[in-house]
Design a binder for this molecule. Structure first.
Ligand code: SAM
Length: 244
């Protein structure tokens, strides 16, 4: 089996108006190798084919945020948090892509965070740091509550749960980006009800297709427009058991 990632320079350029530098491509390649190695012990991802890894982990991680970073952000080096980063997605590709932005990678599973710590050292990603904790906990921590410009969250729960994890961590006018596969009108309605209680609004919902397998994806963008009431996030487990 060859473990060489494709470069896809033209597709990066066409879809995101961006391409990795030689150093970033080398970091993507090393990330891929480390994930394949880690997978032998940790069951990190079922996506191991090089093209599929490029599309579903690298491209998908960056699609939700790169267009924004070059466009309309108030802060030149926004502070970013990736909630429930797992094996490091979308946070690690983002850290590689925007080395000037401080990024925090959060997960409740210590083993995954230990694995990511090793990745950060191997890739010399000094802009990223990790935390083992739950979103329900750090959402009440003075160092983290209302501290981030952007919160990323992929494959962690329903959109309402993601909103309850993400909005307390955002500064006023910060942005939460919820990465989804499919999306329905009913989800918009229940999310609208949740974000209203959390001090947010749904700014936009973008649908797009992935460039190789042409699968449908969505990114839901939430803007924080008011301070999140102090009772949110609720205690550990409550957001998933009793979604807003
Ligand atoms: N975001 C990664 C991705 O898209 O590949 C990982 C997704 S994985 C399905 C969900 C991750 O979220 C797991 O690693 C889990 O430990 C973490 N997680 C779930 N609930 C969490 C919470 N309340 N706080 C922090 N991490 C959480």
């Amino acid at each position: 089996m060859t473990n060489l990632l494709p470069e896809m320079a033209e597709i990066w350029q066409q879809t995101l108006n961006w391409q990795p530098t030689v150093q970033q491509q080398a970091q993507f390649q090393r990330l891929y190798e480390l994930i394949l190695e880690g997978n032998l012990q940790l069951n990190l991802t079922r996506i191991t084919d090089p093209q599929e890894f490029w599309e579903k982990h690298l491209w998908d991680s960056l699609r939700g945020i790169v267009p924004l970073l070059s466009a309309n952000l108030s802060s030149a080096s926004p502070t970013i948090i990736d909630i429930g980063t797992g094996a490091g997605f979308p946070g690690v590709p983002v850290a590689i892509t925007v080395p000037n932005c401080p990024i925090t990678l959060l997960d409740s599973t210590g083993k995954k965070i230990t694995f990511i710590d090793n990745i950060l050292t191997e890739l010399a990603l000094t802009n990223a740091k990790t935390i083992v904790s739950r979103a329900e906990e750090i959402g009440h921590h003075p160092q983290h509550r209302q501290a981030y410009d952007i919160a990323l969250i992929r494959a962690v729960g329903t959109a309402s749960v993601c909103a309850e994890y993400a909005l307390p961590l955002l500064k006023l006018s910060g942005l939460a980006i919820i990465y989804r596969g499919n999306w329905t009108e009913e989800e918009t309605t229940s999310l609208q009800n949740a974000v209203k209680q959390l001090g947010g609004v749904i700014e936009s919902i973008e649908q797009f297709t992935t460039p190789l397998s042409h699968s449908i994806r969505h990114c839901v963008y939430l803007r924080k427009v008011a301070t999140t009431p102090v009772q949110f996030p609720r205690a550990i487990g409550v957001p998933t058991q009793k979604p807003l």
